[in-house]
Design a protein around this ligand. Structure first.
Ligand code: CTP
Length: 431
């Protein structure tokens, strides 16, 4: 295939399509040569739309990015020293731009020093052949396909192959990337590349990478649809324990993750457009059997934010008790509500995956779909307006009201106020 224009026309959404043409027009106007490279081209052949586009610019990527910003509203970050720029547009579309360059690595794991050069040189320094295909975007040359290193053939054969022997030495994170791509696409790592990868593991090259970079790469595993496969492969290659010290990848954990992946194909976030935090979700499942201090240590390694760490810990602490209580059948709506109300959304999903019996799963989904948002329509403010004085019974009354609403005993503002007034009378009589 010499020209990818028909593939681009057929495979991309209208909005990305239009943006790419506009981008091609701008590059022509500004006398830059611009190429889409890497994952975008690879995914085009695989029939997937990749909205995170890597662009190689002959000329200055920073100048080109600045010229783009004039016609595409977005957020631009420029790194003049590295000759790179990132333009973030709406709807998850990102253009990552680099100036065509040769990369020299000062030491294994270090950031590359940069010198200006051409497209082929830039592509040669990349990770795997399937990520080295390029496509010109300039209007005059739109769609011209470049495949210097046999990327298309390897993609068709389903092979992950490095371009040169020192690839894993230059960037040891490629060890994890190779495994991630292999498992994502159900490909195999080519024999010589696998030997280099194994050697890199045995030489403990990952230890040379900063923890920051290492765990940034590890976090990407949990954005994949099947992290369990990647973790199993890491374990097979003796890397799991190195990455997740104090943790073991047992058969039980693997099955748990697989059940979670299955559940994720069956249910979707309640609110349209909202998504779960997959890191919290999978790490909760992965660390479920560990002691609290080990979980804290691993959350720290994984650079979890405070809220994420608290969610993982809360899920770990509360799910066993909750699942035990949910064995009861039938269970009242208010009991169900108060058992589950403090569990983060991710905890609900994990609880569904861990539920040993169908009725437990039913309870959780009933809570999520029918109870979670069932709250009294009157608030403390309404009570004050109705002349009920704040006091020790105030909160008690509100909880009782919530219970009654959940049980369907009262509904609507008027009934609720009546219910509350009756309750207060009873309470006062008791005192
Ligand atoms: N790359 C590399 N070595 C790395 C990381 C990235 O050579 N350690 C190169 C690859 O050529 C890759 C490109 O930089 O295609 C962009 O990286 P990234 O966005 O992570 O890769 P994608 O292939 O787009 O990955 P994904 O499909 O996961 O978005």
């Amino acid at each position: 295939m010499k020209n990818l224009a028909p593939l681009i026309n057929a495979a991309l959404s209208k909005e990305l399509h239009a943006l790419i043409y506009l981008l091609g027009y701008c590059s022509q106007q500004g006398s830059f040569k611009v190429y889409a490279v890497g994952g975008f081209v690879r995914d085009l052949f695989l029939g997937r739309e990749n909205r995170d586009m890597d662009l190689v610019v002959e000329g200055s990527a920073v100048d080109f990015a600045k010229s783009l910003l004039k016609v595409m509203p977005g957020t631009l970050r420029c790194y003049e020293r590295f000759g790179t720029a990132t333009l973030v547009l709406s709807k998850g579309i990102v253009f990552d731009m680099v100036t065509a360059r040769k990369e020299f690595y000062a030491a294994p794991g270090a950031l590359p020093a940069v010198e200006q050069s051409t497209l082929k040189n830039d592509l040669f320094r990349r990770d795997f052949t399937i990520n080295t295909m390029a496509c010109a975007l300039n209007t005059g040359d739109f769609g011209r396909f470049y495949d210097y290193f046999g990327g298309r053939e390897d993609l068709e054969k389903g092979i992950i192959r490095v371009l040169y022997k020192l690839s894993f030495v230059d960037d040891p994170l490629r060890i994890i990337r190779a495994i991630r791509f292999e498992q994502r696409f159900d490909f195999v790592i080519e024999e010589d590349s696998l030997a280099l990868l194994t050697k890199a593991i045995n030489n403990r090259l990952l230890e040379k990478v900063s923890k920051e970079r290492l765990y940034n790469e590890v976090r990407l595993i949990f954005r994949e649809p099947r992290p369990s496969k990647i973790l199993a492969r890491l374990d097979e290659l003796n890397l799991f324990k190195e990455i997740f010290p104090r943790s073991v990848f047992s058969q039980e954990i693997k099955s748990r993750l697989q059940r979670l992946e299955q559940v994720l194909t069956e249910i979707s976030p309640k609110e349209h457009g909202k998504t779960w935090n997959y890191l919290v979700l999978f790490l909760s499942a992965l660390f479920f059997d560990l002691a609290e201090h080990d979980i804290k240590f691993l959350c720290h390694l994984m650079r979890l934010k405070r809220k994420e760490r608290l969610d993982v810990l809360s899920i770990r602490e509360n799910i066993p008790f909750i699942l035990l209580q949910l064995q009861a059948h039938p269970i009242s709506s208010s009991r169900l509500y108060f058992l589950l109300e403090d569990l983060p959304d991710e905890g609900l999903v994990l609880a569904v995956a861990l539920a040993s019996q169908p009725h437990i799963r039913g309870h959780i989904l009933f809570y999520r779909d029918h109870l979670m948002e069932k709250k009294p329509s009157i608030t403390g403010k309404d009570l004050l307006e109705a002349g009920i004085k704040p006091g020790p019974v105030f909160n008690k009354v509100l909880i009782k009201l919530h219970e009654a609403v959940l049980e369907g005993k009262v509904s609507g503002k008027e009934e609720e106020l009546g219910f509350v007034k009756l309750l207060i009378k009873e309470q006062c009589a008791e005192e």
